[in-house]
Design a protein around this ligand. Structure first.
Ligand SMILES: O=C(O)[C@H](O)[C@@H](O)[C@H](O)[C@H](O)COP(=O)(O)O
Length: 234
């Protein structure tokens, strides 16, 4: 089921998204021993992390994966893992809320053609090779993770992590969860915030638009999906 939650105040909206995600984590922890959540980078996600870290739940049973990454080391300012670590994992770990090992980074390996994605697949395989929950934040063009509209990334049949050196949005070198891996999640949360995403929100709401033309629409394929937006309904 898809629900759209609208709130004009973006900060309030992102706080609501964070609390919703934490409730979904609690619900999943009630039926699973451990839960896998995959998260992206971006400005909106940082605000979600900042609220999530104030929520109380059994964080030690939650495993974090990075849904997409720029091909940079984990301490690089452009690293999505660094955002997760700095804004959520380290503050939680400081209070003993989570073991830092529960946050699984994609480790770039420039010596192999797969760039380290096979090793990252091994880590996910040890935890069931599935996501339970995904957090996505739409780009201006409707991309999510590093699945871009009308680009080979979104139609790649690989089930796992993919790499590219021709991302339409710079930097060109990125890795992403493939579409089929994202679709292993039962639960999805999508953020569409800011004036620059007006066209993305319109495309998201267009039922005739295939996922290949608007990757954010992959959310409509999940069992339990919520969009958080500061846009008025078109
Ligand atoms: O890797 C990137 O180029 C960005 O991180 C990008 O994919 C971002 O996640 C979305 O564009 C949403 O970004 P905001 O939440 O910052 O609007």
């Amino acid at each position: 089921m898809l629900t759209i939650i609208k709130e004009k105040d973006t900060d309030l909206l992102l706080q609501r998204a964070a609390r919703h995600l934490c409730q979904k984590l609690r619900d999943a922890l009630a039926v699973h021993a451990t839960v896998n959540i995959a998260v992206p980078g971006g400005r909106s996600v940082v605000k979600v992390f900042d609220t999530m870290r104030t929520e109380s739940l059994d964080w030690n049973r939650v495993h974090f994966f990075i849904i997409d990454e720029r091909l940079v080391p984990i301490d690089h300012p452009d690293s999505n893992f660094k955002l997760l670590r700095d804004h959520l994992i380290t503050p939680l770990a400081r209070e003993g809320g989570i073991s830092p090992e529960n946050a699984h980074p994609f480790i770039l390996d420039t010596t192999v053609p797969d760039r380290g994605t096979l090793a990252y697949e091994d880590v996910l395989a040890r935890l069931g090779f599935r996501y339970d929950i995904i957090l996505l934040s739409s780009g201006e063009d409707g991309h999510v993770g590093a699945l871009f509209p009308d680009h080979h990334s979104v139609t790649d049949p690989h089930h796992g992590f993919i790499v590219m050196d021709d991302s339409p949005k710079p930097p060109p070198e990125r890795m992403s969860s493939s579409l089929s891996l994202m679709l292993t999640a039962q639960t999805g949360v999508l953020l569409i915030t800011g004036e620059a995403k007006r066209e993305a929100f319109r495309k998201f709401g267009d039922a005739s638009m295939p996922v290949s033309a608007c990757p954010a629409r992959l959310l409509t394929c999940l069992k339990d999906a919520v969009v958080f937006t500061d846009h008025a309904q078109e």
